[in-house]
Design a protein around this ligand. Structure first.
Ligand SMILES: [Ca+2]
Length: 287
């Protein structure tokens, strides 16, 4: 005969087993739930590799000198500055955006092929292509303050609030101290297809680096910390308006942070376009 107390103990044991069973089921359920979640995350990560592609919605068009072989473009304090290239034609310009009027110009000596420009404090910095020298000018009167040197080619340059960021035609971006011009570090730029070479004109826009990719209609959006391309802007539509040929490719990105305006142009283009980005359904693969 079972003692009632034993029955109680037996019931308690059964209850405990049931509870353990329920707990185990819950744990398994949570595990599979998490497993699904993990799988979902993996899928999402995989999707991130297919980064967004943006098209351009034209907000405004402004005149641009068709003889300007644009290598640098920057907008600062309601003023547009442009650096132009080609031997014998290189210059630094201050331009009135609305009219295209050249308010101030400084021509470079014939031996220099001008490249990217950026503004740092009250100075403008301009690179040269193969001369391994950059120029620092007073922003207001364009007088040359000093020069600095770098070992690579000079292509594009921008400023992220801490470092000058410079491209050299490869997939490398150099982060340079704006006071000493010594390199702090560099990053390699890559997309799903591998390294992204020919990074040209640059602009730092809301925490990302925008870069024209030479000989393409593409602007790469780049994470300055990882070097990963996080998106593309396809400006083919703008190139088509300009009837561009291989020498008059898109080049030139400027950002007006006060009014959140993005400007793009190209070498020998007749216009500067103010654009907004519109998400495209296109999934671009860089050749
Ligand atoms: Ca720029």
């Amino acid at each position: 005969m079972n003692h009632p107390r034993n029955n109680v103990r037996k019931s308690s044991t059964q209850l405990l087993l049931i509870l353990i069973g329920i707990t185990a089921l819950l744990a398994l359920s949570l595990f599979f739930s998490n497993a699904n979640h993990v799988e979902f995350k993996v899928t999402t990560t995989s999707n991130i590799q297919h980064v967004p592609v943006y098209k351009c919605e034209i907000i405004n068009k402004y005149p641009h000198d068709r003889n300007a072989f644009t290598q640098g473009l920057v907008f600062e304090n309601n003023q547009l500055y442009e650096g132009t290239g080609l031997y014998g034609h290189s210059s630094l310009r201050k331009i009135q955006l609305e009219t295209g009027t050249i308010l101030k110009v400084r021509n470079l000596s014939d031996q220099y092929f001008g490249e990217g420009i950026t503004v740092y404090q009250n100075k403008i910095i301009q690179l040269t292509w193969k001369n391994n020298v950059g120029f620092v000018y007073d922003k207001d009167d364009f007088h040359k303050i000093h020069e600095f040197h770098y070992p690579s080619e000079g292509w594009g340059i921008t400023f992220d609030g801490e470092h000058l960021i410079m491209s050299d035609g490869t997939s490398t971006l150099h982060f340079i101290d704006p006071e000493t011009f010594e390199e702090d570090h560099q990053i390699q730029i890559f997309s799903k297809e591998g390294p992204v070479k020919n990074l040209n004109e640059l602009e730092y826009v809301k925490g990302e680096i925008y870069a024209n990719v030479w000989q393409t209609n593409l602007i790469a959006l780049i994470s300055p910390t990882t070097g990963q391309v996080t998106g593309w802007i396809d400006v083919t539509e703008l190139s088509n308006i300009e009837n561009n040929n291989p020498t008059s490719m898109p080049n030139g990105i400027a950002y007006d942070p006060e009014n959140d305006r993005l400007f793009v142009t190209g070498k020998l283009w007749s216009k500067i376009f103010e654009i907004e980005l519109v998400l495209s359904e296109q999934t671009h693969v860089l050749d």
